[in-house]
Design a protein around this ligand. Structure first.
Ligand SMILES: O=C(O)CCC(=O)C(=O)O
Ligand SMILES: [Fe+2]
Length: 370
């Protein structure tokens, strides 16, 4: 096993990971078994909730097995915004996940980023390795954060800090493939403005000054580009382990119409159906803490497909490392108790990434009286 590289960011450790794309190819060519380090005998695929396309529940409000859909055009239209904001509020409280349509990211940019991403993962390994992180760095192709899982994840990924000014400080950025880089620039800027709109609407729903949330989440955007090769024994591996996202809001684009993302809902795993051009949005731990638990970060994982590859891009919007995270004073007024500890975000991250945790257990540590 590769040696752990301690990054310049105190909370993060990353290890060079195996090239899973190559491994999957080799398995296809030789009919070899899945290496033991990937096999999850305990995988509870049996409890996966069924997503029934034919049920009569309407998407507008009632369905309990489909992630709510928020229409951003309606959210911004004075004639419909009250109604759509209420939908957003209940999605944040009851689901922690929703899909956003009419989000304003242009079709052109979405198409470009999808194509560039597919092209990148198609490159020969040698070329992709040119984008491996420098020693101690986190950004680039092939390394992964260590989450203390003994079993490996069935995926390759590239991790980038995309939002200036921080992006400028990192070595990967100036060396990224030029077309990819300009597409990412456009995509990250457009995604950033979608996240601003959402933070704004969320702040209004919580009775906060919009500047409060936009201020906290204004300049940290990271992207994780995920490539999940097919696996003949797809039910025995995991593309990504059950986890919650650490930050405020994650905006995810699923590149192809291949199901894989599942969220924990009422004790079961529920698939999130890919919806053309929609962004899947979820609440992260920092927003759960800031809202004093009113909005919850929800555990999710990724299953892989037997035959098809799957790609996604997750854009995380997080507080800066030295930001103090705790329940916002405005949300603990009156009789409301304070349920979470207050600490610097990097201290929290250290715990999120380094503690021996699984799924969402680490949030227990953040709760008071535990
Ligand atoms: O690929 C996906 O659908 C989800 C990825 C994810 O959860 C993440 O990158 O944090
Ligand atoms: Fe995630």
């Amino acid at each position: 096993m590769a040696e752990v590289v301690r990054s310049s960011e105190s909370w993060a450790r990353s290890v060079p990971s195996e090239n899973v794309q190559g491994l999957a190819q080799e398995m296809g060519d030789t009919c070899m078994e899945i290496p033991e380090r990937y096999v999850r005998l305990e995988l509870d695929v049996g409890v996966t909730a069924i997503c029934d396309d034919d049920d009569d529940d309407d998407d507008e409000g009632g369905s309990d097995d489909k992630v709510p859909i928020i229409d951003m055009k309606r959210l911004l239209d004075p004639n419909f915004s009250l109604e759509e904001s209420a939908k957003l509020h209940s999605a944040c409280m009851d689901w922690g996940f929703f899909q956003v349509v009419n989000h304003g990211v242009s079709d052109e940019v979405i198409e470009e980023i999808k194509v560039d991403l597919e092209e990148f993962f198609k490159l020969p390994l040698k070329e992709k390795k040119a984008f491996a992180p420098l020693p101690g760095g986190l950004q680039g192709y092939g390394h992964k954060l260590v989450l203390n899982e003994e079993k490996l994840e069935w995926q390759d990924m590239m991790f980038l800090i995309t939002q200036p000014p921080h992006a400028r400080n990192f070595t990967f950025w100036p060396t990224s493939p030029p077309t990819f880089r300009s597409t990412l620039d456009k995509y990250s800027t457009e995604i950033k403005s979608v996240s601003r709109c959402l933070f704004d609407a969320i702040a209004k729903n919580l009775g906060l000054n919009p500047e409060v949330l936009c201020g906290i989440f204004k300049d940290h955007q990271r992207m994780r580009m995920n490539y999940y090769p097919p696996c003949p024994k797809a039910n025995q591996v995991l593309g990504i382990n059950p986890h919650t996202d650490a930050g405020g809001l994650t905006l995810l684009l699923q590149v192809r119409d291949v199901q894989g993302l599942q969220i924990k809902r009422k004790g079961k795993w529920l698939p999130v159906e890919p919806l053309d051009k929609a962004l899947v949005v979820n609440i992260g731990d920092a927003l759960e803490i800031l809202t004093n638990g009113k909005y919850a970060s929800v555990e999710h994982r990724v299953m892989v497909n037997k035959k098809k590859e799957r790609l996604s891009i997750a854009a995380y919007h997080s507080p800066s490392f030295d930001h103090i995270i705790g329940p916002l004073p405005e949300l603990k007024q009156g009789s409301c108790e304070e349920y979470y500890k207050t600490m610097k975000y990097d201290k929290y991250l250290e715990f999120h990434f380094i503690a021996k945790v699984k799924g969402k257990n680490h949030m227990d540590y953040m709760k008071l009286n535990k």
